[in-house]
Design a protein around this ligand. Sequence first.
Ligand SMILES: [Mg+2]
Length: 392
Amino acid sequence: MKITDVKCILLSAPYATAGDDERELHLKTGLRSASLIKVETDADLYGLGEVYSGVYAPEAVAALTAQLADAVVGCDPSEILPLWDRMRLASYYWGRMGLSQSVIGGIEMALWDLRGKQLGLPVHELLGGKAHEAIAAYASGGNNKPADELRAEMQGYVKAGFSAVKIRINNLPNIEAIVQKVALCREALGSEIGLAVDAAQGLAKNPWTVKQAIETAIAIDPYHILWLEEPAEVTHYAGFAEIRRNVSMPVAGGETVTSIVEAESYLQADSLDIFQPDASIMGGIHLLRRVAEMCQRRQIPIAVHAWSSGVGIMGNYHAAFASPNCIILELPTVLNPLREELILEPLSLVDGKVRAPSKPGLGVSLPEDLEEKFAYRPGSYYQILGAYNERG
Ligand SMILES: [Mg+2]
């Protein structure tokens, strides 16, 4: 089998509901873009991958896909790691970190999907076999919205059987507003459900100082926080470490990492209690596994980040099922039809857990009418400047 083409499929789909601040602040069109990668072959098989960065820079992802395709077209798609290395070398002078690595990862993910389909095996089997029959999943939502809607959202998670939930505490005016939101969610969830909070300081105009992060952590500590995520600018490794030393709750982060170098920086600085790698950002599924192993040696659990559409979510889940130290999966709940439309086995919960996927490859497919139904709309990418301008 030979690779005949590597395509980037850009899509735009309705995202979140009116009043949800993620939509109001960052999505001018109400649509969110996505970039899927399709590796085509001379056989009747294709592989699908995803680059999460397509939410932020879809047309740049498409341009880099075309550039990197040259390094792999004509090659045997089963040679996944050698092909990854060809792309690494092809981009060495201009792309050792950042978007190019994410695009290489999207192509690598599609190669795993293709190989799994070719062999009739789920990707976690190709990664050495599943380390879990099922993994707990947390409902990832809790954007800023009116209080009654937020309360109803939390109660919905309890009803759906989640054992843990994550809410966002960025884009709030002050510490009182943060405490108020956390208290409301804790009350709606009851005492048994894990409550993680994402401070997302990587996306803040003025990220918290270490002192502000510690003060905030202490203020929300009475509400039994499962973890505090990204309480500092994402490359402030020493800041993460200092926050960790001064708060009682676990500190999590790592979703923006695009290289082993950045992953090592977190680990060497003792920055994290929980690492949150994402294969659709960091350079692929095998790199996620490598980071998971680096964490395992240090007894640091991982909790895969998965905020993309269905393909990227499944790429992360397969890596998670092959990682003994993965303790929980992110399951996004914000409205996004590109999740359900692409995943073949619905991600249903049993006792708060998702079972190991069983379909060949990543267990994803491209519905025939997808590109028509969710035609790409220029300008539908996530615009951080919206928050910058409106929040001052
Ligand atoms: Mg996060």
